[in-house]
Design a protein around this ligand. Structure first.
Ligand SMILES: NC(=O)c1ccc[n+]([C@@H]2O[C@H](COP(=O)([O-])OP(=O)(O)OC[C@H]3O[C@@H](n4cnc5c(N)ncnc54)[C@H](OP(=O)(O)O)[C@@H]3O)[C@@H](O)[C@H]2O)c1
Length: 266
């Protein structure tokens, strides 16, 4: 049966940034498909909540605190996963982000910090995870990148460039590790999470929805379904691909001018 190919019974997954938002949504989806899901982020209470919900939905949820910016903690995360779960099959590099900032006020440190958070952490964790995946015959890595990696908008020089790096890292790792490890990415448009909520009031939300062909913002569940497809055997003929999931957006729907006086034409 085709739907059986979405099942992850007996498989073990790590999801970073699983305490809330898109990461939590992905962790719950993998759990619903039967996986043991190691939920990783910095806030223990949020992780424990996600892990409990994974278990309630039919998987097995485990909480392992981890700051993805700290390499020893990434090493500990992989070691704990194998100790508690016995193996590692799926890695979702979801933790990431950066505050919008115009290029003229972005320092080298700001720029490199965005790269560390969005790209280097995913690379280092993938490097640590891959040998464990190869030990069980193969695995799947799913990276969470952004529509701002391909669309242009003021204020996203660090974040968009870093996410573009993550998208291409996806293709390059896939090339090196095919056929045993598949590496793909979900490229998200605006998804209703706490991170996006920082910028939304009723008016900006309405304007974003009006600029989105499918007329609404995304939910973590929208993204989680695609991530489950890419994590599971359902996508066994797919690697090195960056899947756009954004309500049909072809132009930026970001409604907030970071510094209106610096907008072109003003
Ligand atoms: N929301 C959107 O519209 C959107 C669009 C495109 C792409 N994305 C991408 O989707 C991913 C998730 O975004 P989101 O909107 O779901 O964010 P969110 O709601 O702010 O959730 C972020 C999660 O990551 C964790 N986290 C933050 N810093 C961390 C660190 N240093 N180490 C480990 N975990 C950390 C947070 O928990 P703690 O703070 O407890 O660690 C939290 O669980 C990001 O990569 C983001 O760039 C989001």
């Amino acid at each position: 049966m085709l739907l059986e190919r979405f099942r992850l019974d007996d498989q073990v997954a790590i999801v970073t940034g699983a305490g809330r938002g898109i990461g939590r949504g992905i962790a719950l989806a993998l759990g619903e498909a039967g996986a043991t899901v190691v939920c990783a982020a910095r806030t223990v209470a949020a992780l424990e909540d996600t892990a409990a919900e994974v278990t309630r939905r039919g998987g097995r949820g485990l909480a392992v605190p981890c700051d993805v910016l700290e390499e020893p903690q990434l090493e500990h995360l992989v070691a704990e996963t194998v100790r508690l779960g016995g193996r590692l099959d799926v890695l979702v590099n979801n933790a990431g982000g950066s505050m919008p900032m115009l290029a003229e006020v972005t320092s080298r440190d700001d720029f490199e910090a965005a790269f560390r958070f969005n790209v280097s952490s995913a690379f280092v964790l993938s490097r640590l995870a891959i040998p464990r995946m190869l030990a069980v015959g193969g695995g799947s890595i799913v990276n969470v990148t952004s529509a701002l990696s391909r669309l242009v908008e003021s204020g996203f020089v660090s974040y968009g460039t870093a996410k573009a790096g993550l998208s291409h890292l996806t293709r390059l790792l896939a090339c090196e590790y095919a056929p045993r490890i598949r590496v793909n990415a979900v490229c998200c448009g605006a998804v209703l999470t706490e991170a996006l909520g920082l910028f939304l009031d009723d008016d900006t939300r309405t304007r974003m929805e009006q600029q989105t062909p499918l007329g609404r913002l995304g939910t973590p569940e929208d993204v989680a379904i695609l991530a489950l497809y890419l994590a599971s055997d359902a996508s066994s003929w797919v690697t090195g691909k960056v899947y756009e999931i954004d309500g049909g957006t072809v132009d930026s729907n970001w409604p907030i001018r970071i510094r209106p006086e610096l907008e072109p034409g003003r």
